[in-house]
Design a protein around this ligand. Structure first.
Ligand code: NAI
Length: 251
């Protein structure tokens, strides 16, 4: 018999090819879930799926772009085709933004809104449609930037505020259907996104980490563990919350 926090559950991880999402898939599978991985890079998803399958986990993948409605519908259809149902989803795909707001180009603004905000909404829409009869649990990834301002991140903070707004609305709309919707809000976390940001502006990253009471960036596993708990039945009375995983940065 499968054991673990997510034993027997089917979980879709969107943005699961690298960083927090890839590690979350590992944590969820280790907790007994069957996992559908979704992101843009087919090669990265195929390699991860092979690795997880060799480790004895029940994992498959569906490539696509989270900002395209048909692709997101495809993530959920692939999950239903392969595993027969959808119990949980981790909507974690996101891109970073940089620069002062008055320097951001219209194209960059549209792109970050499309991935971080429209993408989260598309995921919620398709997942809720699949969970309406059975209930379920959804976790969206925002950021500590979702509830405060900061310098030099372009429209990123605004997109992460919007993720919290979408989550709270979805929690109200879908509580009566037995669907819980919550947010994890990571502080600085060691992933390819942080590496890229460090290359562009090392001083800004070090300033952020120095302001973390626990004096370190988080690990992907620390964020994944929080998401696993919110997805699990242990959090059965928890919906509409924002759970910071930030070493106290926002306290
Ligand atoms: P990452 O760059 O390693 O991973 C991002 C994931 O999203 C990848 O799987 C990527 O393929 C996917 N993705 C990006 N654009 C996509 C698109 N158009 N369609 C489908 N998939 C797409 O970044 P990381 O750090 O793991 O970030 C994951 C989430 O955590 C993001 O939402 C990010 O905003 C958030 N976050 C990260 C923090 C950090 O310090 N690393 C801090 C706070 C929040």
């Amino acid at each position: 018999m499968t054991t673990g926090l997510l034993a027997g559950k089917v979980v879709l991880v969107v943005g699961g090819s690298t960083g927090i999402g890839a590690d979350a898939a590992r944590v969820f599978a280790g907790e007994g879930a069957s996992v559908m991985l979704a992101a843009r890079s087919k090669d990265a998803l195929a390699a991860l799926t092979e690795e997880f399958t060799e480790a004895g986990h029940d994992v498959a993948y569906a490539p696509g772009d989270v900002s395209v409605g048909a692709d997101v519908a495809g993530f959920v259809d692939a999950t239903l085709d392969r595993f027969g149902r959808l119990d949980g989803a981790f909507n974690n795909a996101g891109i970073n933004g940089q620069g002062r707001l008055d320097d951001v180009s219209e194209d960059d603004f549209d792109r970050i809104m499309a991935v971080n905000v429209k993408g989260t909404w598309l995921c919620l829409r398709e997942e809720i449609r699949a969970m309406r009869e059975s209930g379920g649990s959804i976790v969206n990834t925002s950021s500590v930037g979702g509830f405060r301002g900061n310098t030099g991140l372009g429209a990123y903070q605004a997109t992460k505020h919007a993720v919290i707004g979408l989550t709270r609305t979805a929690a109200h709309d879908n509580g009566p259907l037995g669907i819980r919707v919550n947010v994890v809000a990571p502080g600085p976390t060691e992933t390819p996104m942080l590496t890229q940001w460090r290359q562009n502006d090392p001083a800004a990253v070090e300033r952020r980490i120095a302001a973390v009471p626990l004096r370190k960036a988080g690990t992907t596993t620390e964020v994944a563990n929080a998401a696993a708990w919110l997805l699990s039945d242990r959090a059965s009375q928890v919906t509409g919350v924002v759970l910071p995983v930030d070493g106290g940065y926002s306290a």
